[in-house]
Design a protein around this ligand. Structure first.
Ligand SMILES: [Mg+2]
Length: 239
């Protein structure tokens, strides 16, 4: 059976902190909000931008202006103030060589994700780059994952998600897809443990080991396999 792996982008494949934090500061200052602490901005990396701006205090009727300002800074260079996580290209190459079909499932607009992957030479590994729409009508992770699975014609039981935030775990679970969490991103260990991940991995090499086990029917899926040994998708946190 073909195995499908859906990767989150920010914090999972790359470290986009510098560019995203700078773009958020630009967006907030455009709507009159200044002096937001770095940690709060950093914690916004992953969830949909619209929702994060509201949480940072942007009035609902100014969110569109803030997004315009964010994208102005982001497309002027912020998207490339970003680094590939060392060891990730080797993991992607090994998975493709092993017959996996890879896709990206990000809450970032797909057009930006595609440019970032192209810039860093990662685009060739992915059969499909799934992301948000620019108008935000599709932005939550469950909708992105569902969309990517549909485009790939991938059955959920043949897929696994890899991400760094609660949204990745919960969004995948809502689609019946187990999730492996990486610890080098922006999620707190407690948020990921509470979300019911199949495994947490500290290094790209360990990620490859765990994915290879799922393909062999070990933890998380594969023919005859099951999530956490019970054959069901992980619990849906908060639902
Ligand atoms: Mg992420």
């Amino acid at each position: 059976m073909t195995r499908y792996c859906l990767f989150d982008l920010d914090g999972t494949l790359t470290d986009p902190e510098t560019g995203i934090v700078a773009s958020l500061r630009h967006a907030l200052s455009a709507v009159g909000i200044a002096e937001v602490e770095h940690g709060r901005l950093r914690s916004m990396i992953g969830p949909p931008l619209q929702d994060g701006l509201l949480r940072l205090g942007v009035p609902r009727d100014r969110v569109a202006d803030a997004i315009d300002a964010y994208r102005e800074r982001f497309t002027a260079g912020g998207m490339f103030e970003n680094e590939v996580i060392p060891g990730i290209p080797a993991v992607l190459e090994a998975l493709v060589d092993g017959g996996w079909t890879l896709a990206v499932a990000t809450s970032k607009p797909a057009v930006f994700a595609a440019r970032i992957l192209d810039h860093f030479g990662l685009d060739g590994y992915f059969t499909y780059v799934g992301g948000a729409t620019l108008d935000g009508s599709r932005r939550h992770k469950a909708d992105v994952v569902r969309h990517a699975l549909a485009v790939l014609a991938a059955p959920p039981e043949a897929a696994v998600m890899v991400g760094d935030r609660l949204e990745d775990v919960a969004g995948a679970a809502a689609c019946g897809v187990p999730c492996v969490a990486v610890t080098w991103g922006f999620g707190e260990a407690a948020e990921l443990e509470a979300a019911g991940v199949v495994a947490m991995v500290d290094t790209p090499a360990r990620l490859l080991d765990v994915l290879s086990q799922t393909a062999a029917g070990g933890p998380g899926g594969g023919p005859g396999g099951g999530t956490a040994g019970n054959g069901r998708a992980p619990a849906r946190p908060g639902l």
